[in-house]
Design a protein around this ligand. Structure first.
Ligand code: RIB
Length: 309
C-alpha cells in the first residue's frame, strides 16, 4: 500500500541550548558545561522526524530574512526536504528557543519566541490549500499564530482530511476547533491545562481524554513520558508502555513521537500501532543530544522495534 501524504504546518525556530549540572533559579547566574545551536521548533522537528522515519511529508513554516532563516533552508536541503513552503518574512526575525538542560536529570526549560513563524499570513495559508488537497493527514502544533492554525484546520476539515493536533505549547482551545480534530496528542501537562485537572496517572489520563472526547475530539493520545502513552478511541482504550533507553536529552521527544505517529498512520497502521511506532521514535530521539538532529532514521527505528518487541 502506498503511504498517504502528510502536511506538517508549524514552527521553525533556532534552538540555543545550554547544558548545566542544575538549572538556575530566578536571579541566579550559573556556569554551564556545553552550548549548542541547531534547528528546532515543534513543527519543524515533527516534520524532520516524519521525513527521517520515511514519510512523504511537506513542512509548511516561516522564517526571517536572516542568518537563522538561512540555517533552516540549508538544513532542509541536507535532509532532502522541500523548501517550497518555507515562507520568508521580510520584517520579523526567525524564531528562537532558549533551552536550558539539567544534564543530571535530563529535564529542560524552554523559552520560545516564535518570531517569523508567528506571522503566517492569510495569503500564505491560502497558498498551501492545493498542498493540503493532495494530503491525507495534516499535523499541526500551537507554536504559530492561532488565526493561521484555525484557517488550516477549517480548510482541511472541509476537505475531509485527517487532522492531528499536537497541543503544544499548551493553551486552552475553543470547542469549535476541538470538534474538527480527529486526534489530539497532548502530553500530561497539556492534557491537564486543556481539561482543568491534574494529569499524573493512567486514570487521570483516561478522565482527561474522556473530557476532550466529550468536547468533540474524536480520538485522544496522551503522551506521559517515561510512563508511556495513553490512547483512547470511541471503542477502545489502551496504555502503551514506554520503551526502555538511556535518556541523555529529552528535548524534542514529544516531537519525535508525533512525527513517528503520523508516519505510521500514513502507512495505514491503526492508532494503537501508530502510537507504538511513535513511542519507538521518541525513545530513540532521547538517546542523542538536540532536537531535529536527534531524530532517528527508519532503519534504526525498525531495528530498535525488532529488538524490543
Ligand atoms: O519540543 C521541543 C522544541 O520546542 C524545541 O526544539 C524548541 O524549539 C521549542 O519549540
Amino acid at each position: 500500500m502506498k503511504a498517504g501524504k502528510i502536511v506538517v504546518f508549524g514552527s521553525f525556530v533556532v534552538d540555543l541550548t545550554s547544558w548545566a549540572d542544575h538549572l538556575p533559579v530566578p536571579g541566579e547566574t550559573i556556569k554551564g558545561s556545553v552550548f549548542k545551536m541547531g534547528p528546532g521548533g515543534k513543527g519543524s522537528n515533527q516534520g524532520v522526524a516524519a521525513s527521517r522515519a520515511g514519510a512523504d511529508v511537506t513542512l509548511v513554516t516561516k522564517v526571517g530574512n536572516d542568518v537563522f532563516g538561512q540555517t533552516a533552508l540549508e538544513f532542509y536541503k541536507n535532509e532532502n526536504m522541500t523548501t517550497e513552503y518555507v515562507f520568508v518574512d521580510s520584517e520579523k526575525e526567525t524564531g528562537t528557543a532558549l533551552i536550558m538542560v539539567d544534564e543530571k536529570v535530563g529535564q529542560n526549560q524552554i523559552l520560545v519566541v516564535s518570531g517569523a513563524c508567528d506571522n503566517i499570513t492569510r495569503y500564505e495559508v491560502e497558498q498551501t490549500f492545493s498542498l493540503i488537497d493532495s494530503a491525507e493527514i495534516v499535523l499541526l502544533q500551537l507554536e504559530v499564530n492561532m488565526d493561521a492554525i484555525e484557517k488550516v484546520v477549517d480548510y482541511a476539515h472541509a476537505k475531509g482530511k485527517k487532522i492531528v493536533l499536537n497541543t503544544a505549547p499548551a493553551r486552552k482551545l475553543p470547542v469549535s476547533l476541538l470538534q474538527k480534530l480527529d486526534i489530539v496528542t497532548p502530553n500530561e501537562i497539556e492534557a491537564g491545562i486543556l481539561t482543568d485537572m491534574k494529569v499524573e496517572t493512567e486514570a487521570d489520563a483516561e478522565k482527561a481524554a474522556q473530557i476532550l472526547m466529550n468536547s468533540g475530539v474524536k480520538n485522544v493520545v496522551v503522551t506521559m513520558g517515561k510512563n508511556g502513552v495513553f490512547v483512547m478511541t470511541p471503542k477502545r482504550k489502551e496504555m502503551i508502555p514506554p520503551m526502555q533507553v538511556k535518556a541523555i536529552d529529552t528535548t524534542g521527544a514529544g516531537d519525535a513521537f508525533n512525527g513517528g505517529f503520523v508516519t505510521a498512520l500514513s502507512e495505514g497502521k491503526d492508532i494503537f500501532e501508530a502510537a507504538r511506532f511513535g513511542n519507538a521514535v521518541g525513545a530513540l530521539s532521547v538517546t542523542k543530544i538536540g532536537t531535529a538532529p536527534a531524530m532517528p532514521h527508519r532503519s534504526d527505528i525498525d531495528r530498535f522495534m525488532r529488538d524490543n518487541t
